[in-house]
Design a protein around this ligand. Structure first.
Ligand SMILES: Cc1cc2nc3c(=O)[nH]c(=O)nc-3n(C[C@H](O)[C@H](O)[C@H](O)COP(=O)(O)OP(=O)(O)OC[C@H]3O[C@@H](n4cnc5c(N)ncnc54)[C@H](O)[C@@H]3O)c2cc1C
Length: 212
């Protein structure tokens, strides 16, 4: 897979050693989550909105109400995806940090219509909950009309990853230091009382994970 080519916007300036240049790293960050933060300037003010996403090889998809201010097009947005992997507890307060994987994507979104809109909704739904597109009722014409779905190109993006122990070997080694790992995990599905007659479908059990 090709490299993430740095633009003037995506060139890492600080903590450059944490930067990743492989495009595969972008997809690893995208695959690992389903919530992004969509940053956009609306009427002169910045607005950063948490929202779910899906993606394919070329685009990230976000969706919401046609009334959403943040789902603007024809203006550059900055989307971030963040995974926190742990607290880095150093010997000095100054060197404390976070182990993480994150991505930033810059682009001008395009609002999708027709088959593209339908396909993108399927892509987003299947990314968030694989198997739900075939399980749940699909959007009807009225619901589609009430929904905006934007495609943000994955052409200009950057990735950063921090891992490992504190970076403070020069400090006196007279207190504990290390990493407190953080791992998000799904819990057992909780059935809606109105769905009590239905067993939890296999794709939801699969999403919940083998640890249950
Ligand atoms: C959960 C978390 C907590 C963090 N906490 C801190 C903190 O407390 N203090 C701190 O200094 N830094 C922190 N960082 C790192 C922070 O995100 C920035 O990378 C760093 O501060 C450099 O910022 P800058 O404004 O100098 O970016 P620059 O290096 O000037 O940014 C240039 C370009 O690099 C890319 N870039 C920058 N940061 C990231 C990123 N995180 N992910 C992907 N691409 C990126 C973007 O394309 C950006 O336009 C944290 C990161 C994460 C994910």
């Amino acid at each position: 897979m090709s490299d993430l080519s740095a633009t003037e916007r995506t060139r890492h300036r600080r903590l450059r050693e944490q930067g990743r240049t492989d495009r595969q790293a972008l997809f690893e960050v995208l695959r690992a989550g389903f919530v992004c933060h969509l940053g956009v300037v609306v009427d002169g003010d910045p607005m950063v909105v948490p929202t779910v996403y899906g993606f394919d090889d070329d685009h990230l998809y976000v969706h919401g109400s046609v009334a959403s201010h943040s789902l603007t097009r024809d203006t550059t947005v900055c989307v971030t995806i963040t995974h926190v992997d742990g607290l880095v507890l150093a010997r000095s307060v100054f060197e404390h940090g976070v182990n993480y994987r994150s991505a930033m994507i810059y682009g001008v979104p395009r609002a999708l219509e027709g088959d593209e809109k339908f396909d993108a909704l399927r892509c987003l739904t299947e990314h968030v909950a694989p198997g739900q597109w075939d399980h749940a009722r699909r959007p009807n014409r009225k619901e589609l009309a009430a929904t905006t779905i934007l495609a943000v190109p994955l052409a200009e993006a950057s990735v950063k990853v921090r891992e490992g122990h504190p970076d403070d070997a020069d400090d006196p080694h007279d207190v504990w230091a290390g990493v407190l790992p953080l791992t998000p995990s799904w819990q057992a599905p909780v059935t809606d009382p109105l769905a009590a007659a239905h067993p939890v479908p296999p794709h939801i059990l699969a999403r919940a994970g083998a640890s249950l």
